[in-house]
Design a protein around this ligand. Structure first.
Ligand code: AP5
Length: 219
């Protein structure tokens, strides 16, 4: 059976990255996060990284050409693994480009899973989050502090970091970008019967259960 490819769609903080990482760990699928790819490019100081820094810090969308090229490269490296598109596509042009990239590689789109959420709660989720600077383990000021203050539960590191675009003003811009440019691509997939919805306000485990039921064909 060919590997399944899915899109996780939802505004900033909806839980796309959380669920994509889990699916990668449990199902042998590969997480393709354009946000992570762009942050890697920034950290490396590459020409693309320098170009996208200001755009990302303002909470605006990077150009379709850049993100489509990044996704194409990673898809080539994915071999036969099913892909979880996390944060891509975000515009109609990216959605059409993805169709082409998949068709060229003999891949199909199985589902577009929309995480349904409440925006004000998302601002709280995002503004409070931080990660271990060493191993990337996720934490939150209110929802999940390290068991020993200042020490990572997973690797024991004492260094933590926050994303530069995780402040309230930038988050509001990111939400507006989602409403204006990303949510309008849903009808493109609805017309093909691909959209499934899950309750993104439920617990991480419950969201996971709902997604698994869709992938296993029992929902
Ligand atoms: P990107 O990195 O994709 O950020 P985003 O879409 O804004 O999404 P986030 O990573 O903030 O949230 P998420 O939905 O993954 O939630 P998470 O699981 O982390 O993009 C960043 C920037 O890059 C963009 O602004 C843009 O500039 C650029 N970019 C990226 N892709 C692009 C593209 N295709 N085109 C153009 N530009 C692009 O969860 C959030 C928090 O909530 C965490 O603390 C988590 O632990 C917690 N949490 C998760 N699920 C739950 C739950 N069910 N209950 C309680 N807490 C939860």
């Amino acid at each position: 059976m060919p590997a399944m490819n899915i899109i996780l769609l939802g505004p900033p903080g909806a839980g796309k990255g959380t669920q994509a990482a889990r699916l990668q760990a449990t199902r042998g699928m590969i997480q393709l996060s354009t946000g992570d790819m762009l942050r890697e490019a920034r950290a490396s100081g590459s020409p693309i990284g320098l170009k996208v820094k200001a755009v990302m810090d303002a909470g605006e969308l990077v150009s379709d050409a850049i993100v489509t090229a990044l996704i194409g490269e990673r898809l080539d490296a994915a071999g036969g693994q099913g892909a979880i598109f996390d944060g891509f596509p975000r515009t109609q042009a990216q959605a059409e480009a993805l169709d082409l990239l998949l068709a060229e590689r003999g891949r199909n789109l199985g589902h577009v899973i929309e995480l349904m959420v409440d925006e004000d709660e998302l601002v709280r989720r995002i503004v409070g989050r931080f990660t271990c600077a060493n191993c990337g383990a996720p934490y939150h000021d209110e929802l999940k502090r390290p068991q020993v203050e200042g020490t990572c539960d997973v690797c024991g590191s004492h260094e933590f970091k926050r994303r530069p675009d995780d402040n309230e003003q930038t988050v509001r811009t990111r939400m507006a970008e989602y409403r204006g440019k990303t949510a309008p691509i849903l009808p493109y997939y609805e017309a093909r019967g691909l959209v499934r919805r899950v309750d993104g306000m439920a617990s991480v485990d419950e969201v996971a259960r709902q997604i698994d039921a869709i992938l296993d064909g029992v929902a």
